[in-house]
Design a protein around this ligand. Sequence first.
Ligand code: HAM
Length: 416
Amino acid sequence: MITTVRGTRDILPAETPSWRVLEETAREVFAAYGYQELRTPVFEQTALFARAVGATSDIVEKEMYTFADRGGDSLSLRPEGTAAVVRAFIENNLHRSLPWAVYYMGPMFRYERPQKGRYRQFHQMGCELFGAEGPLADAEMMAMVLRLLRRLGVDASLTLEINSLGCMACRGPYRTQLFAFLQEHVAALCEHCRQRLQRNPLRILDCKGEGCRAVARQAPFMKDHLCGACADHFQGLTTLLTALNLPFVVNPLMVRGLDYYNRTAFEVTTTALGAQNAVAAGGRYDGLVAEMGGQATPAIGFAMGMERLALLLDAAQVKLPRPDIYLVVVGDAASRQGLVLAEQWREAGIPVVVDPLGGSMKSQMRRADRLQARFVLILGDREMTEQGLLLKNMANGEQVFLKWETAVAQLSALAA
Ligand code: HAM
């Protein structure tokens, strides 16, 4: 038997109503803050991610689905959304229409070790805002994320964590200092961190290994080595979050796994999902547009993992779809007549589910019950002779007889 690929999964009809709640609530909240939807391709040139996400990041080094297409071009399935949004911003000359605020949702692909809440094909919904430089934008974006999580009813076990990653001016000297510190403690680091000490020392700060964590706690922190402008920005952000009554924790060890960030980085974590504890994450990337060949434009964004949100979603919000009208047809002649009538009703805008398996009245009624249909219409031998239908209200058991010619008007009233 051929099965799904490891790390991918079907979202079965029992789950899709939750996903629709996520998507529809997000669309409403994002639109309320002025974001419009952008849809970009699922695959891009590999070079886009290497440059934007960072050639030495774990995502690009180890996790991308990269392949040569039949023309020999190196393409990759998108591991995240921001790179393509920046590409679209530059390619469509959108610096002329700032601010540009967009959201996206869809599948992303990373060759990670699958576990609960971590998949190889997963889904993100995210927002990117171009043009706004000050901490107001950062604070408003965090308020939006938290509002969405509250609307979804998943805010019980969440923490907003923030940090500053500095800028080109202050990160260089800090990195040198951090590197020197880590070199002194290299013996305590895990194998992986020893390897990346030269290339990406910052990532060692958020390694989950016990030895590395002990070293990281003693390390110099970026937030204590910010230049004046970055320190002001961070201070401005914390003041605004306080004014908005949004509780937050400064986590000096949060460095993020994508290289494009500067200044503000943030994550919303939960205690309800085990190891995969980030439900939303993002930050500023003021240098990325210029680095990718566009006009220097400050930007900030985030993405949230939809599988993780679906696991947390308040079940009370999810209304399962149930048919208004379910047509039970007994016998061959009735089945043919049922098909014709149902199409006439649908033409008139009345949704109706026709039992697709036939068989005894009892088994069809059982299926109608399982779907929690509100009304059942019965078309059997007697109804065929009388050119009518029996309508049963499933809530109270009441039955009435309808004629075929007048059924449309009566059924419209029910489905309304
Ligand atoms: P990220 O932290 O790599 O950031 O991913 C954002 C969120 O996507 C995570 O917090 C998590 O909820 C979800 N996620 C990531 N990987 C997986 C996975 N393998 N399985 C399930 N869920 C996952 C970014 O992707 C940035 N593009 C966010 C951003 C937008 N920064 C600025 N703008």
